[in-house]
Write a protein that binds this ligand. Structure first.
Ligand code: AP5
Ligand code: MG
Length: 191
């Protein structure tokens, strides 16, 4: 059973690489950003609240996210070989909640993959995507805010997993295939 976390700054390639990992290892993809955007597009109560945070580049409250993940973890299809968490945990409180949640289910995190990409490249990727994505947070002002929030709130999550000896840094620059090969090497070494 693999329970992989893919982490890194906005635009580092979490979603792109998750799609490849899901296929290769038959995992369930849990992207908190995608789950929230679905709620927004369906104009649910949760979606309206989430949009007020996302469009400003802020994180949505921990409790909201933890409840969503807990439900999704329990809805895992029997035939999958585990999960890939994309964009979660993003705060220390979320990391602690995840570890507790997995422990209670006799599961454990395999590894946190930390995709490293320099700021200029992140901004370029997101501005380019913003030309077509329709995402309310893909504009320069909100991108800058997302990067600041990442440094302040999410970077400490890496230290948490370093202490657990479940941390791997991945160079996130290169072609999608090159990066995927780097990730595969790490996952295969943990199986
Ligand atoms: P989320 O949806 O997770 O957004 P993000 O972290 O800002 O990251 P992105 O999805 O923008 O980028 P990505 O790393 O997935 O990269 P991608 O593969 O798309 O979260 C959005 C918001 O939701 C948050 O700000 C927050 O408000 C809220 N939220 C979500 N989770 C939360 C949580 N746990 N707690 C609280 N709030 C939460 O790639 C980016 C672009 O680059 C694409 O166009 C892609 O085609 C391109 N690209 C990919 N790889 C390469 C490459 N190798 N070379 C060149 N271009 C590439
Ligand atoms: Mg994404």
């Amino acid at each position: 059973m693999l329970n992989i976390i893919i982490c890194g700054a906005p635009g580092c390639g979490k979603g792109t690489q998750s799609d490849l990992i899901v296929k290769k290892y038959n995992l369930k993809h849990l992207s908190t950003g995608d789950l929230l955007r679905k709620e927004i597009s369906e104009k649910t109560e949760l979606g309206v609240v989430a949009d007020s945070y996302i469009s400003q580049g802020n994180l949505v409250p921990d409790k909201m996210i933890i409840d969503i993940i807990e439900k999704a973890v329990d809805e895992q299809p029997l035939e999958s070989n585990g999960i890939i968490l994309d964009g979660f945990p993003r705060t220390l409180a979320q990391a602690e909640a995840l570890e507790e949640m997995l422990n209670e289910r006799n599961k454990k995190t395999t590894v946190l993959l930390d995709l490293k990409v320099d700021t200029d490249e992140l901004v370029n990727r997101l501005l380019k995507r913003g030309e077509t994505s329709g995402r309310s947070d893909d504009n320069l002002e909100t991108i800058k805010k997302r990067l600041d929030v990442f440094e302040e709130k999410t970077a400490p999550v890496s230290d948490f997993y370093k202490k657990l000896n479940k941390y791997a840094v991945i160079n996130g620059i290169g072609t999608v295939d090159e990066i995927s090969a780097r990730i595969t090497e790490v996952i295969d070494s943990k199986k």
